[in-house]
Design a protein around this ligand. Structure first.
Ligand code: GUN
Length: 306
């Protein structure tokens, strides 16, 4: 039987561990503060931002939303970020991506004070990650490392394959695994014989954003599969292809007209050592690590624990 790696359980453990740290900050200084900037109207981003603000409220982190309209200019965005940089009650600044095409995203992310860069997208944070020196770590890959640790899955000396080379997940994931002494291969859309690369792996992190693309033949039976993909299926034939033997998923589709699937074909989970389900695997960890980064930012500001 494959073991299920329950992201909600790990999320709860992460959040629980933050509570005394938040209480200590609240007692000696003030609660940590997070500013979230969401430009324009994007239903998916709105859901993410709502979840982030709710997580802050539940934990006692002060949060505020800034909701400029889609026609805001790069200069106005820079002005907003500068004002947040200067606020002593704000420890973390998060600009929800994607931004509208006319805004210079690189310039906006560069303008965030590195000491408030809780998303870890600033080149300063990227350099700290590459150098393995203290700094913010991108939330999703950092959450995956916490999950591996929680379930005592050995990393040192293991072969890890990361499929996907995005700046947000693939590249930082590979670096974190490398720093944990895994032997790491990064694969991508141009990799020759992706299946054979994946089959050699003890740990596969699937993060390329293609529904059910990694099928059963990509994995050896001892593999630990971490599925970062969150893909929404909306047509019945695709759902049938993914979930032909899973009555509960077919029923869910019939009820809602949509189901989620990761980058790994669900059949692959039947023949591996352990896997993260979609939903309920990697997803819950991202916000937990955002909370963790925000608390860390506040502690750094007040010279607390690191
Ligand atoms: N858009 C999708 N994921 C993320 C994330 O983790 N952070 C930000 N800022 N935007 C996103």
């Amino acid at each position: 039987m494959s073991r299920i790696l329950d992201g909600k359980r790990v999320r709860d453990a992460i959040l629980e561990s933050l509570k005394p740290r938040i209480a200590a900050l609240d007692e000696t200084q003030r609660p940590p503060g997070l500013a979230v900037v969401l430009v324009g109207e994007n239903p998916a981003s709105e859901i993410y931002v709502r979840s982030k603000v709710k997580a802050c409220q539940d934990l006692g982190i002060a949060s505020e939303k800034h909701l400029p309209t889609a026609d805001i200019s790069t200069e106005e965005m820079l002005f907003l970020i500068q004002s947040l940089n200067q606020r002593p009650d704000i420890d973390g600044i998060l600009v929800q991506l994607p931004l509208p095409a006319h805004i210079d995203e690189t310039q906006v992310l560069l303008s965030i004070d590195p000491s408030k860069d809780v998303d870890a997208f600033h080149p300063y944070s990227v350099a700290a990650l590459v150098a393995n020196s203290p700094g913010f770590r991108p939330c999703t890959p950092a959450g995956i490392m916490r999950l591996l640790d929680h379930y005592q899955i050995p990393v040192a000396g293991k072969r890890a394959v990361v499929v996907g080379r995005s700046d947000i997940v693939g590249k930082p994931m590979a670096l974190l695994l490398l720093h944990a002494n895994a032997t790491v291969t990064i694969c991508h859309s141009k990799t020759a014989d992706l299946a054979s690369e994946c089959r050699k792996a003890d740990i596969v992190v699937a993060a390329m954003g293609r529904a059910g693309f990694l099928t059963q033949d990509f994995f050896n039976p001892e593999a630990v599969i971490i599925d970062v993909g969150i893909n929404r299926l909306r047509d019945r034939p695709a759902v049938d292809r993914m979930f032909s033997s899973d009555v509960s998923k077919l029923t869910e589709f019939d009820k809602k007209g949509t189901v989620l699937v990761g980058d790994v074909h669900p059949a692959a989970f039947q023949n591996c050592a352990a896997f993260t389900p979609v939903p309920g695997g990697v997803g819950p960890l991202t916000i937990a690590m955002l909370m963790s980064n925000t608390v860390w930012a506040a502690e750094q500001r007040y010279g607390g624990q690191s």
